[in-house]
Ligand binder design. Sequence first.
Ligand SMILES: *Cc1c(COP(=O)(O)O)cnc(C)c1O
Length: 377
Amino acid sequence: MTDHIFLSSPHMSDDGWELDYIHDAFRKNWIAPLGENVNEFETAMKAYTGAENIVALSAGTAALHLSLICAGVGKGDRVFCQDLTFSASANPITYVGAEPVFIDSEQDTWNMDPAALQKAIDRYGIPKAVIVVHLYGNPAKLETICEICDTYKIPLIEDAAEALGSESCGRKCGTIGQYGVLSFNGNKIITTSGGGMLLCKDEADAKHALKLATQAREPFPWYQHEEIGYNYRMSNISAGIGRGQMQVLGQRIAQKRAIHKRYMENLQACPLTFQAEQQGSTSNFWLTSVLIHEDSHVTPTELINALAKENIEGRHLWKPMHAQPVFADAKLVTVEKRAVSDDLFQRGVCLPSDTKMTPDDVDRVCNVIKKLFKESE
Ligand SMILES: *Cc1c(COP(=O)(O)O)cnc(C)c1O
């Protein structure tokens, strides 16, 4: 049997820097959700992204939750959230008792359609916050979305969980909105096994988020609490992995981009459209993703099954939130007759984009795909 090709798996540095930082934590006995690794991981991420205020947390989901609290979102409020995304973008809206209104995607980036966002404001009024996502690392049309949010003074939360290192408007994704969210889950471009970060424009928000993440202790000699806290701080062990991973981040982005380029070249003759980088933005190409042309007889499920038979992992695009049973009652705003997110879901596939893949591995995936399309002609 040929080797398994993963969609995106953890990829530690060749030099074992991650383990060195973990050993350091053991030597100093900082086996806790604080310590030098946490501080240094934050410092390294500030230097890399240019963000001034960063809080390392136990998950990207925790960062989303805290961003909503910092933005003042509470019971009965509305939050406009990108429809085509992973459920972790939307779930925290319900944690704070607010109501998600889902905003359709546009065809260029597959992310929030600025026209649908404007339509939602016209229809439902000004929301308490907007959550935009950079799907698979590809930046959303932030320039227009920021303009709309600025006009109505709506806090913009950038879910950049998949987009560490991607750029838009000349800046790193996650630093453009009022809040930015990063994730270091096992399959993300760099990982700490589990973890996340919250990036804040305002220092006061970051201070508040740090306090909320550490049980909301007030500065008293005893344990004094004046608001509800959480246990969301990142562990010093996880942060050690993160410190090591920061040193290979540039390399991982280059590898992801090389994988994307090779797929584009090798699959030119297939009836596929690639999720495209827009002018003025750069994607980290976390997952290279394609749409199967409407006139093709191949379905995403068939393609994914054909890959699985060859020990290769492919995946459907995220199923839109409005189509999830758990959000059955939520509103969807689209400017099209049929939601773009539904069309993308029904024709889209994420191709394996593991940075451990060799060029030959990419070609092996391409051969399965080309054979399938040929047979279906
Ligand atoms: C991974 C992911 C998250 C959640 O991050 P965790 O660290 O797993 O909690 C949120 N949004 C998107 C778009 C993601 O891909």
